[in-house]
Write a protein that binds this ligand. Structure first.
Ligand SMILES: C[S@@+](CC[C@H](N)C(=O)[O-])C[C@H]1O[C@@H](n2cnc3c(N)ncnc32)[C@H](O)[C@@H]1O
Length: 303
């Protein structure tokens, strides 16, 4: 074990749990982070975890964190009470830890020292690892967007998706379901899947094994270097860190307009209540509401 190697999973909150400025970032949602599954066992001196809300994903992360810690090193995990925080203590106890718990700003904070022989780590890690869905053969991982079911928004878009041609992109491509459907058209020459969640990027590479596909682990709001595209498809996210964030979808619309050639099209789906019309009208020459129903609306916007 090196002198002082520590890690952080998720955004730091020094008020809830201190972390070192040089801690290795392990969250798959942070571009450039390291994969927690690839960290050597018993190699870290301290780990701080902003625990995710999904139960299988959270136990996977806690188990991985305990696996990477040296015996006697400390894990600090925190989460909002109503997003898994109330379950942290029991979950850590189930791994054989003695847990010190405190409460602050509607969060629960749990501190443990890694026991010499934690229990049940392998099972929790196996349960949260990438897996193949039996029904359709697609790869997925607990924690990835809509990881165990077809999203209703994606489905609404798939119902009306036209045959595209030329070069395009899928903004927020998830496990690659939309991309697979886009690539069913032989006239598509290239499709770039841009996605923030490294886990989704990894499984989408397995799902979309097509030489026309390119994969970018990146933020649509940054510069993915995409220009003069013929089309963009997107089921944009509208949650950021738990709260609803319509600005995120609006940023996706602007980024799509920037990446398209004149006359290129954006096909996107949105929850019916989200206010995207004004930004679409501002960024595109022509906007058409293609379909509406089941709480969703699908737009075609031409630049
Ligand atoms: C509503 S999901 C759609 C996933 C997939 N296209 C589908 O239809 O099943 C939105 C996706 O955008 C990703 N995402 C969120 N913020 C992002 C960002 N700033 N840049 C790129 N992708 C992002 C999420 O991880 C998620 O996979």
């Amino acid at each position: 074990m090196s002198a002082n190697r520590t890690a952080l999973y998720g955004q730091a909150d020094h008020d809830l749990a201190p972390s070192a400025p040089d801690a290795i970032q392990l969250s798959p949602l942070m571009i450039g982070s390291s994969d927690i599954a690839a960290i050597e066992s018993e190699s870290l001196n301290a780990v701080t975890v902003r625990a995710p809300a999904g139960a299988i994903e959270r136990r996977f992360v806690l188990a991985q964190a305990l696996r990477t810690l040296a015996a006697g090193a400390r894990l600090t995990a925190f989460a909002p009470k109503d997003r898994g925080g109330l379950r942290l203590k029991k979950e850590l106890e189930a791994f054989g830890c003695e847990v010190g718990e405190s409460a602050r700003r509607h969060n629960r904070i749990c501190m443990v020292v890694r026991p010499a022989t934690p229990k049940g780590l392998d099972e929790a890690i196996a349960a949260g690892a990438p897996r193949q869905i039996a029904e359709n053969g697609l790869w997925t991982q607990p924690g990835v967007f809509s990881w165990d079911r077809l999203d209703a928004g994606t489905n609404a878009l798939l119902q009306v998706l036209p045959e595209f041609a030329g070069a395009g992109a899928d903004f927020g491509a998830g496990i690659g379901l939309l991309a697979l459907n886009v690539l069913a058209s032989k006239k598509v020459t290239k499709l770039t899947l841009v996605e923030l969640d490294r886990r989704a990027v990894e499984v989408s590479k397995r799902n979309v094994a097509d030489p026309r596909a390119a994969f970018v682990w990146g933020d649509v709001r940054g510069d993915a270097g995409l220009k003069d595209l013929d089309f963009v498809v997107s089921n944009p996210p509208f949650h950021d860190g738990g709260g609803e964030d319509k600005a995120l979808g609006q940023a996706f619309i602007r980024a799509a307009a920037d990446a398209l050639r004149k006359g290129g099209v954006l096909w996107m789906v949105a929850n019916r209540h989200l206010p995207y019309e004004a930004i679409l009208a501002e960024s595109f020459a022509k906007v058409r509401l293609v379909a509406e129903g089941d709480g969703y609306k699908v737009f075609e916007a031409r630049k």
